[in-house]
Design a protein around this ligand. Structure first.
Ligand SMILES: [Zn+2]
Length: 425
């Protein structure tokens, strides 16, 4: 309603103005050279208004034309961004779905539309890696390393690639370059520690170890590599303190104590670890210097006192009793080991040896021996060092798994993991 009133008022004003102009007396004369134009006032005012409108429209059209390239660029930029972001999202979905071809196509599209930035380069690298094109992936990651803000991201990807190829020299070079580009990154510290452990540089690995690192295993490695006996003993002691239940750490320390003539202290270290986690190598060390069967049996009893009911303890006492000719005692301890839950091959082989020693010629003795051997064939496998990361087994302990290089990976395993049990059973 208000707009209608306003329109009516405006129309009335225009009409009044036109009326007023039409009624104005006089004329306007324009003289150019010999030409003379003469017009009444109303016509002149009307012509002036028309000229103004024409000029204004022309000027606006010219300005619009002048700004056209910039507006075109702005429009194209917005469109590319929209399409590029859509392509980047599609790349991520394709990566998650494991569709290598689609991921590569969309990553290339995103890179073309959005240019080389952290996101597009990283997506291109991941898509290339998924497609098995390591060189393309590395090229994209190297481009990331050239920008200070994304250098660490690039080095991280390149390091992973070098690790997968097993190119440890290149990995070490990359870690050094990454440290220079981004000093003190927590991830990089762990990575350098891992590389040092893999290369057997135990001192460096130990220096870089964080709270989660297997310090005891690294310490044993460093002690074994140390040429100075005093330093080796200090490193071994530190390793044993870090993990008193780790038999190789106890053995590393006790061996160096024994070499320094501190036998009582060495035996105390072995007893302490036996109390936490009995291991056959500990018994071998404790009894190592003794030859006399009865003396060996007494030493075994001393060790056994720190963990009297463990199956490993009963097995040790059974062995030393058999060596000392105490067949009944040996048989009693194998029975106790069995009751404590030990069902491994070594128990039944020992039992067979005991039965042979008890009655090698009698029919009953031979039958008992045959029965023990039959049970040995069906028994659980003997314990071994097994890697917690790759499940590979190893005859001997080492600071890092010989198969996959995981530092502190080897653990004394009484039973194989369920996966292997299912495969063999
Ligand atoms: Zn392993």
């Amino acid at each position: 309603m208000r707009r209608i009133i306003a329109l009516l008022v405006l129309a009335a004003a225009v009409l009044a103005a036109a009326w007023y102009l039409a009624g104005l007396p006089g004329s306007v004369t324009l003289q150019m050279g010999t030409t003379e134009i003469k017009a009444g006032v109303p016509v002149t005012v009307f012509a002036g208004v028309v000229l103004f409108v024409l000029l204004h429209t022309l000027l606006r059209a010219l300005v619009g034309l002048w700004r056209l390239p910039r507006r075109w660029r702005g429009w194209r930029g917005a469109r590319n961004r929209r399409l590029g972001e859509r392509a980047a999202t599609r790349t991520m979905v394709a990566l998650a779905a494991g569709e290598a071809g689609e991921a590569q196509r969309e990553a290339a599209r995103a890179r073309r539309l959005l240019g080389d930035n952290a996101q597009t380069l990283l997506l291109a690298a991941q898509a290339a890696r998924l497609a098995g094109r390591a060189e393309e992936a590395d090229a994209a990651l190297r481009a990331l390393t050239h920008r200070p803000e994304t250098a660490l991201l690039g080095f991280r990807g390149l390091l992973r690639g070098a690790g997968e190829r097993g190119d440890w020299a290149e990995a070490a070079r990359l870690a050094q370059a990454a440290e220079a580009a981004h000093p003190g990154a927590a991830w990089l510290r762990r990575e350098r520690g891992r590389l040092a452990a893999r290369a057997g540089r135990w001192d460096e690995a130990l220096a870089l170890a964080d709270a989660d690192a297997p310090r005891a295993a690294l310490g044993v490695g460093a002690a074994e590599a140390a040429s100075d006996p005093g330093r080796a003993r200090r490193l071994a002691k530190r390793a044993w303190k870090d993990d008193p239940a780790l038999a190789p750490a106890a053995l590393a320390y006790a061996t160096r104590l024994r070499a320094a003539g501190r036998e009582r202290q060495a035996q105390a270290v072995i007893r302490r670890t036996w109390a936490l986690a009995p291991h056959p190598d500990l018994a071998e060390f404790a009894l190592g210097s003794l030859r006399e069967p009865l003396a060996r049996m007494q030493a075994a009893q001393q060790l056994a006192a720190s963990r009297p009911n463990h199956p490993e303890t009963h097995l040790l006492l059974a062995r030393t009793a058999l060596a000392a000719g105490l067949v009944g005692e040996a048989r009693r301890h194998t029975e106790a080991a069995r009751q404590a839950g030990l069902t491994q091959r070594r128990l039944w082989l020992l039992r067979a040896a005991i039965e042979e020693a008890a009655d090698a010629t009698g029919e009953a003795g031979r039958a008992a021996q045959r029965e023990a051997l039959r049970r040995a064939a069906e028994a659980d496998p003997d314990p071994t060092w097994r890697c917690g990361a790759c499940h590979a087994t190893s005859e001997r302990w080492a600071p890092a798994c010989p198969a996959c290089g995981a530092a502190g990976g080897l653990q004394w395993s009484e039973t194989p993991p369920p996966r292997l049990l299912a495969a063999t059973g």
